[in-house]
Design a protein. Structure first.
Length: 95
């Protein structure tokens, strides 16, 4: 089975980021690399992401140096992705 890198950019997503991650972690395909890119959120998004990464080694958290938007954040994540396939996940949409 192929390794899949899931790219999820987030900005001020504290209200829904946990549900989005829980949804990804419950997928039947287990060979996942979940790359979460915080776009310099002003809420607790980054802290929540780090907490999840501390609990599951499949999650990698990156943070942009400055707010740059979804496309640049995803490209930043894509640069470190090592999966055979890469997919985008919108944090507000549950899998």
């Amino acid at each position: 089975m192929s390794r899949v890198s899931v790219l999820m950019a987030a900005y001020n997503a504290e209200k829904y980021i946990s549900k989005a991650l829980d949804s990804l972690l419950s997928q039947t395909h287990k060979d996942l690399q979940i790359i979460c890119i915080d776009d310099v959120s002003t809420d607790s998004t980054f802290s929540i992401l780090k907490e999840y990464a501390g609990k599951d080694r499949r999650i990698r958290v990156l943070q942009m140096e400055r707010n740059s938007g979804q496309a640049k954040a995803r490209n930043h994540g894509l640069a470190v992705a090592d999966g055979d396939k890469a997919v985008l996940h919108h944090g507000v949409i549950l899998s």
